[in-house]
Ligand binder design. Sequence first.
Ligand code: TIU
Length: 220
Amino acid sequence: MLYTIPAEPYEFTFDPAATALLIIDMQRDFVDSGGFGELLGNDVAPLRELIAPIGRVLAAWRARGLLVIHTREGHRPDLSDCPPAKLARGKLEIGIGDQGPLGRILVRGEWGHDIVDQLRPLPNEPVIDKPGKGSFYATDLSGILAHRGIHSLIVTGVTTEVCVHTTVREANDRGFECLVLSDCVGSYFPEFQAAALKMIAAQGGIFGWVAPSERLLDVV
Ligand code: TIU
């Protein structure tokens, strides 16, 4: 069964059985005080506002028994999968792999690396651990989507211009149709949020579609 909802730049049509809800990097390291995002100099408040709307979409998607996939950005404890350039970037006093208030920053297994309690994955929901900003690079996401017959992605999470954009661009080049939920993605920078959303839907939907989550919740 196909559903069609109003979106930018025109209506988005999808088959729920062939669509996954992707929740990108809703980790304490990005949305909690003391995490990587704050150590980069950002105010985490705008990102915390996403937890409630993403939670509503997550509940609706789970109630329909549809596929939910979570991602986490982070590295092995020995940092062998972290490019030296990424480690050095920012000249931070406390950076990736260092001990911070939430544990070692962006290191798998640490408190700060994990997803916030409100959006905690269920045991049957794949969690993609990714070393980069994109969810496809150096992960098994492509295989998981292929095995489930997924062609479309509902995209949520943080941050809009970094991991969300990189993932949507990767997905678009792989032939996926992406709907980005405008109130379920967030940036530390309001001007980047606005530009990043425009860039997805511009030029006839060069990377995909954008709509508020109410439009999706109207039909699922
Ligand atoms: N810094 C920033 O805006 N984002 C990241 O480093 N990672 C994600 O977006 N997940």
